[in-house]
Write a protein that binds this ligand. Structure first.
Ligand code: RTP
Ligand code: MG
Length: 139
C-alpha cells in the first residue's frame, strides 16, 4: 500500500480558542506522522482556490470571510489511509450533531452564525489532498 498524505487545517475558531495542540495531538496519538506545519492568515485568493468547489453556494462568502478572519494552522499528516482516518477523527460537518469522541463533536457547537464554524478541515480524497497541499504549501 502506498503511504497517503492529507491536508489538515485548524480553522480560525480552533486557533483562537487555543485548541491547535489538542487537535494535532489527537492525530499524532492515533499514529500518523506530522510531516509539515505552518501558521498563516490566508488571503482571499488562496481561499478561493481551496474552496473552488463551493463557489456559488449560500455559505461560500461567509465561509471565505470566516476563514480569512485570523490565523489558520495548516498541517500535512502521513500514513496508510490517513485521509479516511482524519475525516473520521473530525466527525460530521455540523458540530452540533457530530459524534462525541470526534474533534467537532467534542469541541464544536453552533454559534448562531452564517457559516458552520467547525474547527477543522481535512482533504476528502487523494486527488483533493495533493491539490490542497500544493495550495497551502506552495513554497
Ligand atoms: P471541510 O471541507 O472543511 O473538511 O468540511 P466538510 O467536507 O465536512 O464540509 P464541506 O461540505 O466541504 O463544506 C466546507 C465547509 O463549509 C462550511 N459550511 N457551512 N450550511 C453551512 O453553514 C455550511 N455548510 C458548509 C463548513 O465550515 C464546512 O466545513
Ligand atoms: Mg469538504
Amino acid at each position: 500500500m502506498t503511504t497517503e498524505r492529507t491536508l489538515v487545517l485548524v480553522k480560525p475558531d480552533g486557533v483562537s480558542r487555543g485548541l491547535t495542540g489538542a487537535i494535532l495531538a489527537r492525530v499524532e496519538a492515533k499514529g500518523y506522522r506530522l510531516a509539515a506545519l505552518e501558521q498563516l492568515t490566508p488571503g482571499r485568493e488562496l481561499l478561493a482556490e481551496h474552496y473552488a468547489e463551493h463557489e456559488g453556494k449560500p455559505f461560500y462568502e461567509p465561509l471565505l470571510e470566516f476563514m480569512a478572519s485570523g490565523p489558520v494552522v495548516a498541517a500535512i499528516f502521513e500514513g496508510e489511509r490517513v485521509i479516511e482516518a482524519f475525516r473520521s477523527l473530525a466527525g460530521a460537518t455540523d458540530p452540533t450533531v457530530a459524534a462525541p469522541g470526534t474533534i467537532r463533536g467534542d469541541f464544536g457547537r453552533d454559534w448562531g452564525l452564517k457559516v458552520q464554524q467547525n474547527l477543522v478541515h481535512g482533504s476528502d480524497s487523494p486527488e483533493s489532498a495533493e491539490r490542497e497541499i500544493a495550495i497551502w504549501f506552495s513554497a
